[in-house]
Design a protein around this ligand. Structure first.
Ligand SMILES: *Cc1c(COP(=O)(O)O)cnc(C)c1O
Length: 238
Protein backbone atom coordinates (compact mmCIF):
# COMPACT_ATOMS: atom_id res chain seq x y z
CA UNK A 1 0.00 0.00 0.00
CA UNK A 2 1.49 3.37 -0.97
CA UNK A 3 1.98 5.67 2.00
CA UNK A 4 -0.59 8.41 1.96
CA UNK A 5 -0.19 11.84 3.35
CA UNK A 6 -1.13 12.12 6.99
CA UNK A 7 -3.84 14.65 6.27
CA UNK A 8 -5.41 12.35 3.70
CA UNK A 9 -5.43 9.43 6.12
CA UNK A 10 -6.99 11.56 8.82
CA UNK A 11 -9.68 12.72 6.42
CA UNK A 12 -10.44 9.15 5.43
CA UNK A 13 -10.59 7.97 9.04
CA UNK A 14 -12.88 10.87 9.91
CA UNK A 15 -15.28 9.82 7.18
CA UNK A 16 -15.28 6.19 8.28
CA UNK A 17 -15.87 7.16 11.92
CA UNK A 18 -18.72 9.52 10.96
CA UNK A 19 -20.29 6.89 8.72
CA UNK A 20 -20.13 4.23 11.44
CA UNK A 21 -21.60 6.68 13.95
CA UNK A 22 -24.52 7.35 11.62
CA UNK A 23 -25.01 3.67 10.94
CA UNK A 24 -25.26 3.17 14.69
CA UNK A 25 -28.10 5.70 14.80
CA UNK A 26 -26.13 8.62 16.21
CA UNK A 27 -24.93 11.97 14.90
CA UNK A 28 -21.89 11.91 12.60
CA UNK A 29 -19.83 13.72 15.24
CA UNK A 30 -20.90 11.56 18.18
CA UNK A 31 -17.62 9.67 18.30
CA UNK A 32 -14.32 11.27 19.33
CA UNK A 33 -11.13 10.31 17.53
CA UNK A 34 -8.02 10.00 19.64
CA UNK A 35 -4.57 10.07 18.05
CA UNK A 36 -2.43 7.53 19.91
CA UNK A 37 1.07 8.94 19.85
CA UNK A 38 3.37 6.26 21.21
CA UNK A 39 6.68 6.18 19.27
CA UNK A 40 5.46 8.96 16.97
CA UNK A 41 7.82 11.99 16.87
CA UNK A 42 6.37 15.17 18.35
CA UNK A 43 6.64 17.00 15.06
CA UNK A 44 4.43 14.41 13.35
CA UNK A 45 1.94 14.57 16.21
CA UNK A 46 1.85 18.34 15.67
CA UNK A 47 1.00 17.76 12.01
CA UNK A 48 -1.95 15.67 13.12
CA UNK A 49 -3.05 18.44 15.48
CA UNK A 50 -2.77 20.88 12.57
CA UNK A 51 -5.11 18.63 10.61
CA UNK A 52 -7.68 19.20 13.32
CA UNK A 53 -7.30 16.24 15.67
CA UNK A 54 -8.12 17.47 19.14
CA UNK A 55 -7.35 14.55 21.39
CA UNK A 56 -4.04 12.81 22.08
CA UNK A 57 -3.56 9.46 23.80
CA UNK A 58 -0.34 8.95 25.73
CA UNK A 59 0.93 5.53 26.89
CA UNK A 60 4.20 6.20 28.57
CA UNK A 61 4.97 8.77 31.23
CA UNK A 62 8.60 9.31 30.25
CA UNK A 63 7.89 9.64 26.55
CA UNK A 64 5.07 12.10 27.21
CA UNK A 65 7.18 14.29 29.47
CA UNK A 66 9.86 14.43 26.79
CA UNK A 67 7.46 15.30 23.99
CA UNK A 68 5.12 17.62 25.88
CA UNK A 69 7.27 20.78 25.52
CA UNK A 70 7.44 20.15 21.75
CA UNK A 71 3.71 19.72 21.22
CA UNK A 72 1.66 22.72 20.23
CA UNK A 73 -1.52 21.47 21.77
CA UNK A 74 -3.19 24.58 23.11
CA UNK A 75 -6.45 23.41 21.56
CA UNK A 76 -6.02 19.79 22.29
CA UNK A 77 -6.83 17.45 25.19
CA UNK A 78 -4.59 14.66 26.39
CA UNK A 79 -5.69 11.35 27.88
CA UNK A 80 -3.32 8.94 29.54
CA UNK A 81 -4.09 5.44 28.25
CA UNK A 82 -1.12 3.28 29.24
CA UNK A 83 -0.54 1.21 32.32
CA UNK A 84 0.27 3.63 35.10
CA UNK A 85 2.43 2.86 38.11
CA UNK A 86 1.36 4.60 41.29
CA UNK A 87 4.77 6.22 41.73
CA UNK A 88 4.43 7.97 38.35
CA UNK A 89 1.04 9.57 38.97
CA UNK A 90 2.63 12.69 40.39
CA UNK A 91 4.44 13.42 37.12
CA UNK A 92 1.30 13.58 35.00
CA UNK A 93 -1.53 14.60 37.30
CA UNK A 94 -1.39 18.25 36.24
CA UNK A 95 -0.48 17.44 32.62
CA UNK A 96 -3.35 15.28 31.40
CA UNK A 97 -7.09 15.85 31.12
CA UNK A 98 -8.12 12.28 31.78
CA UNK A 99 -6.65 8.96 32.88
CA UNK A 100 -8.34 6.12 30.99
CA UNK A 101 -6.42 3.27 32.54
CA UNK A 102 -7.51 3.17 36.18
CA UNK A 103 -7.63 -0.48 37.17
CA UNK A 104 -7.43 -0.60 40.97
CA UNK A 105 -8.49 1.19 44.12
CA UNK A 106 -4.83 1.61 45.00
CA UNK A 107 -4.16 3.60 41.82
CA UNK A 108 -7.35 5.62 42.29
CA UNK A 109 -6.30 6.54 45.84
CA UNK A 110 -2.94 7.78 44.61
CA UNK A 111 -4.60 9.89 41.89
CA UNK A 112 -7.00 11.26 44.52
CA UNK A 113 -4.08 12.31 46.71
CA UNK A 114 -2.14 13.95 43.88
CA UNK A 115 -5.19 15.61 42.33
CA UNK A 116 -6.13 17.07 45.71
CA UNK A 117 -2.62 18.49 46.07
CA UNK A 118 -2.85 19.96 42.55
CA UNK A 119 -6.31 21.35 43.38
CA UNK A 120 -7.97 19.68 40.46
CA UNK A 121 -10.61 17.07 39.81
CA UNK A 122 -9.27 14.32 37.57
CA UNK A 123 -11.58 12.71 35.06
CA UNK A 124 -10.92 9.01 34.72
CA UNK A 125 -12.20 5.84 33.12
CA UNK A 126 -12.12 2.41 34.66
CA UNK A 127 -10.29 -0.05 32.44
CA UNK A 128 -12.17 -3.33 32.15
CA UNK A 129 -10.45 -6.60 31.36
CA UNK A 130 -13.42 -7.66 29.29
CA UNK A 131 -11.80 -10.83 27.94
CA UNK A 132 -10.69 -11.82 31.47
CA UNK A 133 -7.21 -12.39 30.12
CA UNK A 134 -4.43 -13.26 32.56
CA UNK A 135 -1.95 -11.12 30.62
CA UNK A 136 -4.07 -7.97 30.60
CA UNK A 137 -4.68 -5.37 33.24
CA UNK A 138 -8.07 -3.94 34.06
CA UNK A 139 -10.79 -4.76 36.51
CA UNK A 140 -12.72 -7.96 35.86
CA UNK A 141 -16.34 -7.41 34.77
CA UNK A 142 -17.67 -9.05 37.92
CA UNK A 143 -15.61 -6.70 40.12
CA UNK A 144 -16.50 -3.51 38.26
CA UNK A 145 -19.56 -2.45 40.27
CA UNK A 146 -17.70 -2.77 43.56
CA UNK A 147 -14.67 -0.79 42.35
CA UNK A 148 -16.90 1.88 40.82
CA UNK A 149 -18.67 2.28 44.14
CA UNK A 150 -15.39 2.66 46.01
CA UNK A 151 -13.84 5.18 43.63
CA UNK A 152 -17.01 7.26 43.62
CA UNK A 153 -16.21 8.14 47.24
CA UNK A 154 -13.17 10.11 46.14
CA UNK A 155 -13.91 13.82 45.73
CA UNK A 156 -10.99 14.72 43.46
CA UNK A 157 -11.86 12.04 40.96
CA UNK A 158 -14.70 12.10 38.48
CA UNK A 159 -15.77 8.69 37.21
CA UNK A 160 -16.33 9.37 33.52
CA UNK A 161 -16.79 5.98 31.89
CA UNK A 162 -15.12 2.78 30.78
CA UNK A 163 -12.20 1.75 28.61
CA UNK A 164 -11.36 -1.66 27.21
CA UNK A 165 -9.03 -3.53 24.92
CA UNK A 166 -10.76 -6.77 23.92
CA UNK A 167 -8.75 -9.92 23.20
CA UNK A 168 -6.74 -9.70 19.98
CA UNK A 169 -7.47 -11.99 17.07
CA UNK A 170 -10.56 -14.11 16.91
CA UNK A 171 -13.28 -13.52 14.38
CA UNK A 172 -15.41 -10.41 14.03
CA UNK A 173 -18.35 -11.85 15.92
CA UNK A 174 -16.16 -12.56 18.95
CA UNK A 175 -15.02 -8.92 18.97
CA UNK A 176 -18.59 -7.76 18.72
CA UNK A 177 -19.49 -9.97 21.62
CA UNK A 178 -16.93 -8.22 23.84
CA UNK A 179 -17.80 -4.75 22.57
CA UNK A 180 -21.48 -5.36 23.25
CA UNK A 181 -20.71 -6.65 26.70
CA UNK A 182 -18.79 -3.43 27.35
CA UNK A 183 -21.71 -1.35 26.14
CA UNK A 184 -23.98 -3.15 28.59
CA UNK A 185 -21.54 -2.46 31.47
CA UNK A 186 -21.38 1.18 30.34
CA UNK A 187 -25.17 1.49 30.52
CA UNK A 188 -25.18 -0.21 33.93
CA UNK A 189 -22.62 2.27 35.27
CA UNK A 190 -24.49 5.23 33.79
CA UNK A 191 -27.70 4.14 35.48
CA UNK A 192 -26.15 3.95 38.91
CA UNK A 193 -25.68 7.72 39.11
CA UNK A 194 -22.85 7.33 41.61
CA UNK A 195 -21.42 10.29 43.50
CA UNK A 196 -18.59 12.16 41.80
CA UNK A 197 -19.46 10.59 38.50
CA UNK A 198 -20.50 11.69 35.04
CA UNK A 199 -20.41 8.47 33.05
CA UNK A 200 -20.26 9.54 29.43
CA UNK A 201 -17.31 7.87 27.67
CA UNK A 202 -17.06 4.36 26.34
CA UNK A 203 -13.50 4.18 25.02
CA UNK A 204 -13.02 1.17 22.77
CA UNK A 205 -11.94 0.47 19.23
CA UNK A 206 -8.47 0.67 17.71
CA UNK A 207 -7.13 0.73 14.15
CA UNK A 208 -8.29 -2.73 13.16
CA UNK A 209 -11.70 -2.78 14.82
CA UNK A 210 -12.94 0.79 15.38
CA UNK A 211 -15.96 0.56 13.11
CA UNK A 212 -17.23 -2.54 14.84
CA UNK A 213 -16.64 -0.85 18.23
CA UNK A 214 -18.66 2.19 17.12
CA UNK A 215 -21.51 0.03 15.88
CA UNK A 216 -21.58 -1.54 19.35
CA UNK A 217 -21.76 1.85 21.09
CA UNK A 218 -18.22 3.19 21.50
CA UNK A 219 -17.97 6.98 21.52
CA UNK A 220 -14.20 7.27 21.72
CA UNK A 221 -11.87 5.39 19.40
CA UNK A 222 -8.13 5.25 20.03
CA UNK A 223 -6.21 5.18 16.77
CA UNK A 224 -2.48 4.83 16.18
CA UNK A 225 -1.43 2.72 13.22
CA UNK A 226 -4.16 3.78 10.86
CA UNK A 227 -3.20 7.44 11.29
CA UNK A 228 0.58 7.33 11.65
CA UNK A 229 1.52 4.03 10.02
CA UNK A 230 3.24 1.08 11.58
CA UNK A 231 5.04 1.90 14.81
CA UNK A 232 8.80 1.84 14.94
CA UNK A 233 9.70 0.83 18.48
CA UNK A 234 13.11 1.98 19.63
CA UNK A 235 13.72 -1.40 21.24
CA UNK A 236 13.36 -3.04 17.86
CA UNK A 237 15.79 -0.73 16.16
CA UNK A 238 18.73 -1.43 18.44
C1 LIG B 1 -1.34 1.58 20.99
C2 LIG B 1 -2.68 1.70 21.56
C3 LIG B 1 -3.80 2.00 20.76
C4 LIG B 1 -3.73 2.19 19.26
O1 LIG B 1 -3.50 0.99 18.61
P1 LIG B 1 -3.53 0.92 17.01
O2 LIG B 1 -3.86 -0.49 16.74
O3 LIG B 1 -2.18 1.31 16.54
O4 LIG B 1 -4.58 1.83 16.54
C5 LIG B 1 -5.04 2.14 21.40
N1 LIG B 1 -5.17 1.99 22.73
C6 LIG B 1 -4.12 1.69 23.53
C7 LIG B 1 -4.35 1.55 24.99
C8 LIG B 1 -2.86 1.54 22.96
O5 LIG B 1 -1.83 1.25 23.77
Amino acid sequence: MPDKELSQRIEEVRKRVAFAAERSGREADAVSIMAVTKTVPAQRVNQAIDCGLKLLGENRVQEYLEKLPLYHKEDCSVHFIGSLQTNKVKYIVDKVDMIESVNSLRLALEIEKRAAAAQKVMDFLLEVNIGEEATKSGVLPQDLAELAKEVSQLPHLRFSGLMAIPPAGGDASKKEYYFSKMYQLFLDMKQKKLDNSDVRFLSMGMSNDFESAILCGSNLVRLGTILFGKRNYREEQT
